[in-house]
Design a protein around this ligand. Structure first.
Ligand code: AMP
Ligand code: MG
Length: 490
């Protein structure tokens, strides 16, 4: 491999965030690590970022993505933010991550490049600023799987093993994830500005968000109300997409909700297996605050916190500001429901809309709940025209439902073949099944065998392809007596 300079990797950093008032960040270089090397590298993503994947996927590239070398133009900083964690408000901030800068791609798009696990910052509190290999690989797998599913998300460019051990309950291998995001602005960033900044600071942040994500709105009559409305729209779409594929985020704290509408912070997230709205996988969510079925209402709660933070900018008169905010917040459940219904219709092959569809959908979900039917595989089996494979098959209730559904398909102008085509595009053949993710992580972390993870990532790239290999990955594990548990990514 020819030795090129780091700058030849194609870095084209700008740092517009660092032009915000000082209170929004602290300049912070990553703490160097002993012997960085890649355990996974995302060639395809590197290319879309305008990076030379061959130059970057090297020892020197690993050194850069571990933070040991800082490319020209980078201006590393830790971002300040606050947030409601399980309902309680706290000052937070990047305690184990630094934003290196914003990579501006050849087409002019701008992406945050963040190193997660890069060492202590002024916001670390008791933490060591580090991350361990398992959770960083988990974020890599889950975020790339979400991208494959067509769901807005932060991406993962690489995971570097640091060659250092970190202390948790035991010693674990340290790692750094390179996270790529439309931005790292969170609901909690606005809460931070509203709590610790002046109105001018808050305005700077809101203008920054508008410029970054909604440039067309900057000249609108009340741009800050539009900002709130756009975030509400994007989140309504995002959460509907989560629900439609059975994704459970696990920690929907306000600091883990973006302004861009991307999914962020893959900690204890997991995919629903048996359909049950009360499903919780996270070990720290003892009361089920962030259960699958609660996600839409929690999103609404978080957006209300965003509206509160923006209030001083919405109107000179607080009461009128509150009234404006309430009107746009009231849109959220309606928008969410519209997106969800549209998605559910597509999952059932319906191109047209009639009122009774809602009953058809709810009846199916109720049967699935009663029969402990697997969420993904039920829709997959219907898509493959194999109703005999669904858990409810054979019951009178299911036969009745199936006939109603088939009759409904006959009422639309599209052919049955077209209906099943729509279903293929709307129902993933494969999701990152919990046992598959665990197996991939086990092999990687304990055996240094990355092939299991690579194969899984490969299968998840286009989950709507319905390949033979995906059929294998759709298989369910034997029922376990112990409920699946996930842990926060530390
Ligand atoms: P998260 O659970 O990743 O959303 O993080 C919540 C807060 O805890 C953020 O402020 C993180 O930066 C901080 N944090 C998490 N893990 C660590 C760690 N190992 N060291 C320092 N701060 C951490
Ligand atoms: Mg977080």
């Amino acid at each position: 491999m020819n030795k090129k300079e780091i700058s030849d990797a194609g870095w084209n950093y700008d740092n517009s965030y660092s032009r915000l008032p000082d209170l929004f960040y602290t300049r912070q270089e990553p703490e160097p690590v002993r012997s960085p090397h890649f355990v996974i590298f995302n060639d395809e993503l590197a290319k879309t970022l305008g990076l030379d994947e061959q130059v970057l996927n090297s020892d020197q590239g690993a050194s850069v993505l571990a933070g040991n070398e800082i490319p020209e133009g980078a201006d590393p900083l830790a971002q300040a933010y606050a947030g409601h964690q399980f309902g309680y408000f706290n000052m937070l901030g990047d305690g184990r991550a630094v934003l290196m800068g914003e990579q501006v791609t050849p087409s002019g798009e701008r992406f945050d490049i963040q190193l997660k696990g890069s060492g202590r910052t002024p916001y670390s509190r008791q933490g060591d600023g580090r991350a361990s290999l398992g959770p960083m690989l988990r974020e890599y797998i889950m975020s790339e799987a979400m991208h494959g599913l067509g769901i807005p998300t932060t991406r993962s460019l690489a995971v570097v093993k640091t060659g250092e051990l970190i202390i948790r309950e035991t010693y674990l291998p340290g790692a750094i994830l390179t996270r790529v995001a439309a931005s790292h602005l969170r609901v909690g960033t606005f809460q931070y500005a509203a709590s610790w900044g002046t109105k001018e600071d808050l305005k700077s942040l809101a203008d920054f968000a508008l410029q970054r994500h909604f440039p067309d709105l900057a000249n609108a009559e009340n741009p800050y109300l539009h900002l709130l409305q756009e975030v509400i729209r994007r989140q309504a779409l995002l959460i509907s997409k989560w629900q439609l594929v059975g994704f459970i985020h696990g920690v929907m704290n306000t600091d883990n909700m973006t302004i861009s509408g991307e999914t962020i912070d893959y900690g204890p997230c997991a995919f629903l297996d048996d359909y049950d709205p009360a499903t919780v996988f996270s070990s720290i969510d003892r009361e089920g605050r962030y259960a699958y079925g609660n996600q839409p209402s929690i999103a609404g709660w978080n957006l209300t916190r965003l509206a509160e933070a923006l209030l001083p900018l919405l109107h000179e008169d607080t009461e009128q500001g509150v009234s404006l905010a309430q009107d746009v917040l009231a849109e959220f459940p309606k928008l969410y429901r519209q997106h969800w219904l549209a998605g559910m219709r597509a999952k059932l092959g319906l191109y047209t809309e009639v009122q009774e569809d809602e009953t058809l959908i709810e009846d199916l979900l109720t049967m699935m709940y009663k029969q402990d039917a697997d969420y993904t595989n039920t829709f997959r089996s219907l898509t493959l025209q194999k109703p005999e494979e669904v858990a409810m098959y054979g019951s009178d209730e299911f036969n009745f439902w199936f006939e109603q559904w088939q009759a409904r398909l006959d009422t639309q102008p599209e052919t049955k073949a077209e209906a099943y085509e729509l279903m293929r595009r709307s129902n993933p053949a494969v999701i990152p099944r919990n046992h598959r993710v665990e197996a991939a992580l086990e092999a990687a972390v304990n055996q240094a065998d990355y092939s299991v993870m690579e194969q899984l990532l490969d299968v998840l790239k286009d989950p709507y392809a319905y390949t033979a290999e995906q059929a294998e990955f759709a298989a369910l594990p034997p029922k376990s007596a112990v409920p699946y548990r996930t842990y926060c990514g530390t």
